[in-house]
Design a protein around this ligand. Sequence first.
Ligand code: CP
Ligand code: NVA
Length: 303
Amino acid sequence: MKHFLKLLDVSGEQIIELLNTADQLKYEKKHGIEHQRLKGKTLGMIFQKSSTRTRVSFETGIYQLGGTGLFLSSNDLQIGRGEPVRDTARVLSRYLDGIMIRTFAQKEVEDLAEYGSIPVINGLTDFAHPCQVMADLMTIREYKGGFSGLKMCYIGDGNNMANSLIVGGLKVGMKVAVATPADHKPDEKVLEFAKGYGDMFELTENIMDAACKADVVFTDVWASMGMEKEAEERKKVFAGYQVNSELLSVCAKDVMVQHCLPAHRGEEISEEVFEAHADEIFDEAENRLHAQKAIMVKLMEDK
Ligand code: CP
Ligand code: NVA
């Protein structure tokens, strides 16, 4: 594995291997065991969108592994003034050992990987949020002990989170059911991929059908970063797509609720459900740190 750009590129076996490393790194961190596996390495972190979790967990993660993280805001980089990605990639490859990028177009991340010579990690695009889904899968395995026989459900916008959850969930052997409004389905490429999994995948407009007997329920904001102007309009479109206690009543008795955060209580999730499942949601947020450390070790160690 040279890059971590989207889960479509990663096999189920590779996902499990990364999760095993993440569990080990979490254990070592909790037990004060030295794990400076990236001593002397530098990760550049390019942000063209806001972030709390991704920025802090990558920066802390590389530091815990013995390396250094450089926060590179697109407001300050020449990329923000139009320097081509293919030149930026070639320059940064001369200084850094890895790049994490959060941006809009998936193509920008793919170009960075193509033109540079160092590993590139996708820290969120409009198409995918693969690092988040690694943390999500890690959390599911911690709570449920495995994946086989479990049903994942996603309610809301067919956005970057929906795309990555569908691919990640199916690749590790879960059933995946998604409910979105008709005009807000997940990406065509992802639906094409999911077709290959037959009745392990279900796409519906009906939230109760999707949630029926689900073991894990996911949701995400109705307006992703970059959609600020449409946010009010989207509230009307997604009004029926809320994770609340009525929805959970049709799920498995011990259903988990996950949210990548930030959450908009009263929109995609009710205050009551959010707070009742806060431990699971904040474990999920913590696991960003461990899962991303595993990704950095895999891509940047011994390179
Ligand atoms: N979940 C997530 O990626 O959070 P940030 O936008 O705060 O990084
Ligand atoms: N779908 C959201 C995820 C935020 C972590 C967005 O892209 O803004």
